[in-house]
Design a protein around this ligand. Structure first.
Ligand code: ADP
Ligand code: MG
Length: 437
């Protein structure tokens, strides 16, 4: 079981992969852990300004880490000063290590016109695996329920067919596992593990597009399972034909099966989802306020859920009645957290380096080897596209390059992409992956 202190320490540790130690110290050095609740992690800091920065700049990163730690969407709350001193004595909930299995079920999935088809397809596959739709490829934007559906399939299968080998893996974990096993020469084990599955669920396949070795490996796994008449379910944020650097032979395979997209929910579905989430969290929200939320938050179900959780936290922790003000504050907090958040330079550099298999230190050095130069130029180009950094600032992020070098790099990539479709696809995929994170 985790204590709130452990969790904070763990989060700060993991943040170091994304932001510098100095930055972390600046904003988090006097943060203390307050409580770890079933669906919310609460910390306290010393000034409203720090709270605001932590919320707006690092809130999403922290939530992503919490999601990793607990395999569930958790709220994250920052208190200031002596706000809620009594909270320090708050009892901590037991946090089960994997809430998903009980949580992401078909019963808890609200069906509406935006997801009816994908839901029906998932249910058919869960009931009659490998008989109807194989593979099933579910795609749609972030926070619209892909992971929920694919886990509901796993849940149903584990319940109804306990002897079935169900393997659920996320695209980026598949890559990491492969890299680890490759270097340990444990490929045999890797093959066996995946090829023995009765049901293989690959969540967020977009991350393997462009990763050569991973795609080849997945292709073989896919064929082995498909030929043995085993069910495969894949999710992605885009349809196969828009996964630009995915091998066309994999694209073709995916199109053998059923493609099902999920659209953003319409008004009635949003209402039903808010009601379901409120009921699930044991909190009553008056109808007019539910309608108000549904009118104001339209794009993303994860955000709807975030608002319910935040409202619940206010209700419980602050002992507040739920009013229009509470809701407005919750909506503001949630929408502010992700107003199309700009990725940081270090996220961009790290994604580019991962793709090209070079060390970030090299890319920030003056090394002009071809295999270092290209990723450096690509990183310059993407930083220019996705951030507000000036040319000298980009230069600084890349180990102190002169801004004229950066201009040159950006021009080189812009020109090259016109004649090199492969590079164009790689850059497009990197940009979508980075914007997703
Ligand atoms: P994605 O994988 O598409 O990014 P998730 O499946 O993680 O999205 O969904 C985000 C959150 O919204 C999850 O907590 C999930 O339970 C919830 N959610 C999504 N769609 C629905 C739905 N139709 N009914 C109930 N909850 C949903
Ligand atoms: Mg998902």
């Amino acid at each position: 079981m985790h204590s709130a202190n452990d969790v904070l320490a763990h989060i700060l540790n993991l943040l170091e992969k994304q932001i510098t130690k100095v930055t972390i110290d600046t904003w988090f050095s006097d943060a203390t852990a307050v409580a770890l609740k079933q669906d919310c992690f609460i910390i306290r800091t010393t000034s409203p300004f720090k709270k605001q920065v932590i919320d707006s700049r690092y809130g999403d990163m922290v939530r992503a880490i919490l999601q990793e730690l607990f395999s569930a969407d958790m709220g994250f709350m920052v208190l200031v000063g002596d706000e809620l001193d009594s909270l320090d004595s708050l009892e901590e909930d037991e946090v089960p290590s994997d809430k998903d299995e009980e949580y992401y079920t078909f019963e808890d999935f609200v069906v509406g016109s935006s997801n009816r088809f994908a839901h029906a397809a998932a249910l058919a596959v869960a009931t009659n695996p490998a008989q109807t739709y194989n593979p099933l490829f579910i795609y749609g934007g972030s926070g619209l329920g892909k992971t929920h559906l694919i886990k509901a399939i796993a849940h149903t299968m584990r319940r109804d067919r306990p002897d079935f080998r169900v393997i659920y893996i996320k695209g980026d974990d598949f890559i990491n596992e492969l890299i680890k096993d490759l270097s340990n020469q444990k490929m045999e084990e890797f093959h066996n593990k995946y090829r023995m599955a009765d049901l293989l669920l690959l969540d967020d396949i977009q991350f393997i597009a462009g990763k050569e070795q991973t795609q080849i490996e997945f292709f073989h796994t896919f064929n082995a399972l498909y030929d043995a008449n085993k069910q495969i379910v894949i999710t992605s944020d885009r349809p196969p034909k828009e996964l630009y650097s995915l091998h066309s032979r994999l694209q073709t395979r995916f199109e053998w099966g059923l493609l099902a997209d999920i659209q953003p929910p319409d008004y009635e579905t949003r209402i039903a989802i808010i009601k379901k989430k409120a009921e699930r969290s044991n909190i009553e929200i008056p109808d007019n306020l539910i309608q108000y939320i549904a009118n104001n938050v339209t794009a993303n179900i994860r955000q709807l859920e975030g608002i319910v959780l935040r409202t619940k936290a206010c209700r419980e922790l602050l002992q507040e009645e739920i009013t229009m003000d509470t809701i407005n504050q919750a909506i503001r907090d949630i929408l502010k957290e992700n107003p199309g958040m700009k990725p940081t330079a270090s996220i961009i550099i790290s994604e580019v380096c991962k793709y090209y298999g070079v060390a970030p230190d090299l890319i920030k050095s003056s090394n002009r080897r071809k295999d270092v130069l290209l990723p450096r130029q690509v990183a310059s180009y993407i930083m220019r596209q996705l951030t507000d950094l000036s040319l000298p600032e980009i230069g600084k992020e890349l180990g102190g390059q002169h801004y004229s070098t950066i201009i040159n790099s950006i021009d080189r990539i812009t020109e090259k992409m016109k004649t090199d479709p492969l590079l164009e696809n790689v850059v497009k995929d990197l940009i979508s992956n980075i914007s997703e994170t």
